[in-house]
Structures are given as C-alpha cells and as structure tokens.
Design a protein around this ligand. Structure first.
Ligand SMILES: Nc1nc2c(ncn2[C@@H]2O[C@H](COP(=O)(O)OP(=O)(O)O[C@H]3O[C@H](CO)[C@@H](O)[C@H](O)[C@@H]3O)[C@@H](O)[C@H]2O)c(=O)[nH]1
Length: 240
C-alpha cells in the first residue's frame, strides 16, 4: 500500500487509540496514519504523542481547539494530506467498527481495479452489521435508502465512513465548499464525487459496533442529514 495515509478523527477515543494505530500501521510498512483530534478531554492526543516516539515517521497528529464535528475534522485532514505526497487517502473510525484487515481490499479497488473512490460498504449484500442495536441498524439502512432515492446515487451505503480516495478526487472537489459537519459529510462527499463522475466502487465489508468508548451520534447530526440531503440535491439541480 504505497503512498497511503489513513485519517482517523478522534473525540474521546482513549480506550481505542493505541490499539487502532498499532493495528493499522501493522498492515504495511508503507502506511501512514494521521489522527485529527478535537482536544479530547480524555487526553487521546497525549497518547498519540507518546506513540509518535515509537512510530516516528509514520504517525502524525493534528489537534484542533474543540469538538467541531467529524466532517470538518476530515476536511482538515484532507488538506493536510494534500500538502504531502499521498496518493491514497483513507477515512476510518477509531473504534474498530471498520476492520483494519479490509484496508487492502479498499486499496486494491482503487489501485488495481481502477476505482477513483472505494467505499467499505455494509449494504451491498444484505445488511452486514454486527452488534448494532436494531434501531441503529434500521436507521442507518433506511438513511442509506433515503439518500439513494433523493440523490439518485447508485450507492448502497451512502453514509459509510470507511472510504479510500485517490488523490485527484480530493483535489477536484472544492473542500472549502463542503457544508455538512456531522455524519452527513459522508453523504456530501460521495454526492460531490458522483456529480463529478468519478468511478465509485463499493467493497463489501462487515461493520462491527464498538466495544469500547461511545458513539457521538446526536439528534443534531440526524436532522442535519435528513434535511440537508434534500437541500443538497435541490442546490445541485439549480447549479447545473
Ligand atoms: N475529531 C473529531 N472526531 C469525531 C467527532 N465526532 C466523531 N468523531 C470520530 O469519528 C469516528 C466515528 O464516530 P462514531 O461516533 O464512533 O460513529 P458511529 O456512531 O459509530 O457512526 C458510524 O456510522 C455512521 C453512519 O453510518 C458513519 O457516518 C460514521 O462514519 C461511523 O462509521 C470516531 O473515530 C470518533 O471518535 C468530532 O466532532 N471530532
């Protein structure tokens, strides 16, 4: 996995951070990791700084002042990565809901199979989610269906947060124009890539709910997604 960086946004992930960094970096000596932490009160960033002494040239840390949303954390991370030489830029959660063993499959979809953007998808073949409460599975599955209908994207898992971007995708999308700050950011990025006609490939993965730490899902994040998708689609129609 040459020229690859995995961006992991973190807020209060002290229980996962060391294990996820070690797991990702063990997959290939060529992989780098960028943590974008929002000044987590549980001192996640301090643990990352300790690990930087072990993984000198492969582990990077950006700390923002306060919790400002997963979407803006990724935008911050993308800009950081585009200033470096990376060709393959991943999004991944800190909590092992995305299996580090699947990084290679997503990389291959871009590097070998010619996709511009590959998505670790829970919903290509049925529902591949382990240990999520039924209400969360239903909400996520129906949200993906809803987004697919409203936007017209032929993607099964539109809210997926396990993604590999080729560098040119992130160079082409206007990152300063991304509006959503919560999980709806995931939808907006895919929609922008779809409008630009990038080749998107869904790679089936199994998503396993975290066993340590807590989800940051909130009602604000949900309503941003529900209403934001409609306005995003309408805006795209008027700006064609
Ligand atoms: N820096 C930063 N990181 C954040 C923030 N909010 C969440 N994160 C980090 O973003 C990752 C995902 O957040 P979770 O809160 O664990 O997400 P989830 O509920 O498991 O949601 C999953 O499903 C969503 C919907 O399908 C996905 O959109 C999301 O990416 C994730 O895979 C974790 O590493 C978490 O620490 C924030 O405000 N700032």
């Amino acid at each position: 996995m040459q020229d690859t960086v995995v961006i992991i946004p973190t807020y209060n992930e002290i229980e996962n951070i060391e294990a996820i960094i070690r797991a990702v970096l063990s997959k290939s000596n060529a992989i780098h990791v960028l943590i974008v932490d929002d000044n987590s009160p549980d001192l996640t960033a301090l643990k990352v700084k300790e690990l930087q002494k072990v993984f000198e040239d492969r582990l990077f840390l950006e700390v923002r002042n306060e919790k400002s949303g997963l979407g803006t954390a990724y935008i911050h991370g993308f800009k950081w990565c585009l200033n470096k030489k990376y060709q393959y830029i991943f999004e991944m959660d800190a909590d092992f809901s995305h299996d580090p063993n699947d990084l290679q499959k997503l990389y291959n979809a871009c590097h070998i199979e010619g996709a511009d953007l590959s998505i670790g998808s829970r919903y290509v073949t049925g529902v591949n989610v382990v240990n999520w409460p039924m209400n969360r599975v239903l909400m996520s599955y129906l949200a993906s269906k809803y987004v697919r209908i409203i936007t017209g994207m032929k993607i099964h898992d539109t809210t997926a947060g396990f993604v590999c971007y080729k560098r040119n995708v992130l160079e082409t999308i206007d990152l300063n124009a991304i509006k959503f700050i919560g999980y709806a950011f995931q939808i907006e990025m895919k929609f922008k890539a779809y409008l630009k006609k990038f080749k998107i490939k869904e790679v089936p993965v199994i998503f396993t709910d975290r066993t340590r730490g807590e989800s940051k899902l909130s009602s604000g994040i949900i309503s941003e997604a529900i209403f934001g998708v409609v306005s995003m689609k309408l805006k795209s129609l008027f700006t064609k």
